[in-house]
Design a protein around this ligand. Sequence first.
Ligand code: NZQ
Ligand code: ZN
Length: 391
Amino acid sequence: MNNFTFYSPTEFVFGKDTEKKTGELVKKYHGTKTLIVYGGGSVIRSGLLQRVKAMLDEAGIAYVELGGIQPNPTDPKVYEGIELGRREQVDFLLPIGGGSVIDTAKAIAAGIPYEGDFWDFYIGHAVPQKALRLGVVLTIPAAGSEGSGNSVITKLDGLKKLSLRTPELLRPAFAVMNPELTYTLPAWQTACGITDMMAHIMERYFTNTEDTEVPDRMCEGTLKAIIHEATRVMKEPSGYGARANLMWAGMVAHNGTCGVGCEEDWSSHFLEHEISALYNVSHGAGLAVIFPAWLTYMADHHAKKVAQYAARVWDVPERDDLKAMSLEGIGRLKDFLHSIGMPVTFKELGIPNPDIDLLVKKFHENKGERVGNYFPLDSKASREIYEIANQ
Ligand code: NZQ
Ligand code: ZN
């Protein structure tokens, strides 16, 4: 294990009816006027927005609203939120939704006190020194933004989808997590979320760091739990037990717990971000296409941990031929993804002719010549992975 600092100060308030605590939680973290951020309308249709506003009224907290955040959120809404937040002198951000809404709120929270362009943070020209606090009401377990200090935004000019990672500053002060709020999720979004949380674990699991027994077993155990609960939730979308386990798994997958002491990889995520930036597909569905392709490439070039993953997560019998073991595990992963309705090729994702030249070009422009740590990808490797995904 490598040296590490693990700091995860978010207060998680989990369970039925917990959204009723939102007003008192904002107050507890010294919010007096909050900017509510939400998406394309699911929180209006479910009545959640109204219920949360009633809780804020009860706690005597003023609010203004910014709705209409789209999946794969883009910069114009961030600028709009920064302007609105400054004009209204808000001191707290309250995203109600999933990763797109939370990430937009984080960008606004860092952008309001900053004199320059918030995009400076995403291109590495500046490091945020302060930010407004935020609290989250989560409606979809997927991106794990409720427990992470990260935010991913796409700049429309050039379709650059980039992430900002702050170990401390942008971690939410609190996250309200009521699994019942996820009953309204369409099966597709549920499956995208499941795939994304599995990918967050795998990005940490595929490491060359030695002596990682505890993080390895946490990753493997959580992956097995997700696979089990995924099958249950697809059969019974309003089953509380499966929804609750998945909601917590989405947080555990991405708040850092699973990767402590490990050098993480993240190249599959970066390969995917180019796809969702260019074709505006769901991030989780893009990962369902890219991760099996990345694993297939690794079965040929660095099979060690892939074979371990196949044995321990997918119950593939152990043998000397690590590549064969790996390929069998990847086959089981693909069968699982299909079983929950996910695509595993570009064609199944609805992109029959992906522009692989452009994807490779943007991937290395945005992320560097060699990307990832498990087996760093040069342009020949990234092209091959996109091509495997296109078979
Ligand atoms: O916009 P509304 O109408 O709310 O509908 C949303 C949206 O269409 C819908 N939805 C959410 N909760 C619902 C619901 N529909 C019915 N009932 C509910 N309870 O689901 C759709 C997807 O929402 P979105 O917020 O986009 O999903 P997700 O949480 O998967 O976030 C994806 C974004 O997060 C980024 C992704 O790249 C993508 O932009 N990521 C952020 C990360 C982070 N901050 O740490 C890490 C991830 O790897 C990821 O890159
Ligand atoms: Zn992700």
